[in-house]
Design a protein around this ligand. Structure first.
Ligand code: SF4
Length: 95
């Protein structure tokens, strides 16, 4: 019988062809609104947003291009969001 895959198992199969230098999401890291920051930290399934000891950080590496942060932030923290160009970005392998 096939073992049930966890989310981490499934994400591990995805292929990331990431542009390490150019982020497809422009984030206002100077934002001091903790409530807005925490929305993104909690909602991002790939944990791209981090808020540790009052320090807000973002990494586009591992982004699943789900668009959740763009919708939630109403242009407050996420200033622009574009799909990565051409073959850049995530390729899903499972579900
Ligand atoms: S698009 Fe989705 S996975 Fe990518 S940073 Fe935003 S919430 Fe996270």
């Amino acid at each position: 019988m096939m073992k049930k895959m966890t989310i981490d198992d499934k994400l591990g199969l995805d292929i990331y062809n990431t542009d390490e230098h150019e982020s497809h999401i422009d984030v206002d890291l100077e934002c001091k609104d903790e409530a807005e920051i925490m929305k993104l930290v909690l909602a991002c399934p790939a944990e791209c947003y981090k808020y540790v000891d009052g320090q807000f950080s973002f990494s586009h590496l591992g982004c699943l291009e789900c668009g959740t942060c763009r919708v939630l932030s109403h242009d407050k923290i996420v200033k622009s969001w574009n799909h990565p160009m051409g073959t850049i970005g995530v390729s899903f392998r499972q579900g």
